[in-house]
Design a protein around this ligand. Structure first.
Ligand SMILES: *Cc1c(COP(=O)(O)O)cnc(C)c1O
Length: 374
């Protein structure tokens, strides 16, 4: 069986875990956490980053930091992971879902302004498959209406918008190191702060509402309870694993791009012949090779293709189910039909994608898909 995903160990993971374990300090913000923070700040120019236990937790930090409360509205695409919305719902927000673009599952920026009310607090664009949303337009709207932007860059490490690293554009941003992402630590995430006003409070929220981080830097002589918060920081053992991955980021990205390009070249002819949609990359965006997907004509065709691939021992999987139609939210949703969100819900299929996927396996996957359509 060719699985959909296989976590990749780049070499030094277990060695660094051993070092962290023997260092005498395995709680959060140890040596490896500091190395990871430095890596991100130096390579991508974030003002400040903080490792978190997951991207979901980083989203919860964002919601706390923005003082989201009962009745506030937050705009985001419906075609996204549960956590994008859940983090704000936990603070009492109402989610206002926007449709995806025709060409990509990203939020359709032409639909945002009509959704803004006096209660709107934030926009949460999701860079689907690591491909940038139209950030200039999102930031223009946010500035015009005085809203905050939280980039859900869970899939978007090492990807760019007009040369700017994703996650450095919004006021806040979040990343994921879940084992299905490009760079992994099993579970894990990153919180990025780009706006000075949030720098100090972000640390406090991550440390259970205490000013312990300032205390450890010697900025205050005792630490205590100063705000709300939770335990959002990972053990240094997790950071050790992550740091090994970061050291190999360039080689991981290089290999993933080779895999992505082979899919694209191998499938473009059949896609054109049978009106199957392949990923579209706008000229303002780069491709970080997070995922390769194709969009079938309808759900029946997609189900048949999944079955055909499974019969040939290939694990291909669909993705999000529109959140506005979810069992939890459908009775709360009061907006319009979201045509493209539903289209991606029904038609999008993700192909096996991981570092160790061999050229031979990929050829088999491509041929199996071509056979299915022909
Ligand atoms: C993976 C993902 C998340 C959640 O990440 P975790 O680290 O598993 O919490 C959130 N949003 C998007 C868009 C994702 O792809």
């Amino acid at each position: 069986m060719i699985p959909f995903n296989k976590p990749y160990l780049s070499g030094n993971e277990t060695e660094y875990i051993k070092q962290a374990t023997l260092s005498g300090k395995i709680s959060g913000d140890g040596i490896f956490t500091k190395k990871c923070h430095q890596f991100f700040e130096e390579k991508y120019g974030f003002k400040k980053v903080l490792l978190t236990t997951s991207c979901s937790d980083a989203l919860e930090m964002a919601a706390i930091l923005l003082n989201i409360k009962e009745g506030d509205e937050v705009i985001m695409p419906s075609f996204t992971f549960v956590s994008t919305a859940n983090a704000f719902v936990l603070r009492g927000a109402t989610i206002v879902f926007a449709d995806s673009e025709k060409e990509t599952p990203n939020i359709d920026v032409t639909k945002i302004e009509a959704l803004i009310t006096l209660k709107t607090k934030a926009i949460v664009p999701v860079h689907y498959a690591g491909i940038a949303c139209n950030m200039d337009e999102i930031m223009r709207i946010a500035n015009k209406y005085n809203l905050f932007v939280v980039e859900d860059a869970a899939q978007a490490i090492d990807s760019f918008y007009k040369g700017k690293p994703l996650g450095t554009i919004g006021h806040l941003a979040v990343f994921s190191f879940h084992e299905t992402k490009n760079i992994i630590s099993g579970e894990g995430g990153l919180f990025a702060v780009n706006d000075d006003q949030f720098l100090q409070r972000a640390e406090i929220i991550r440390e259970k509402g205490t000013n312990r981080s300032q205390f450890f830097r010697g900025e205050v002589d005792k630490y205590g309870w100063v705000d709300i918060g939770s335990s959002f920081l990972p053990s240094d053992i997790i950071a050790a694993f992550l740091y090994a991955q970061l050291e190999n980021l360039d080689s991981i990205q290089k290999q993933r791009k080779i895999i992505w390009n082979k899919y694209f070249e191998g499938l473009k002819e059949v896609a054109q012949l049978f009106e199957i949609k392949l990923p579209f990359i706008n000229s303002y965006a780069t491709n970080n090779a997070h995922m390769f997907y194709l969009c079938c004509k309808n759900i029946e065709q997609r189900t048949a293709l999944i079955t055909h691939l499974k019969a040939n021992e290939i694990g291909a999987v669909f993705h999000y189910l529109s959140l506005h139609k979810s069992p939890f939210y459908n009775n709360k949703y009061k907006g319009n039909e979201l045509v493209y969100s539903d289209y991606y819900t029904d038609c999008l299929l993700r192909l096996p994608f991981y570092f160790e996927l061999t050229n031979q396996e990929q050829t088999k996957i491509i041929n199996t898909i071509v056979d299915f359509f022909k």
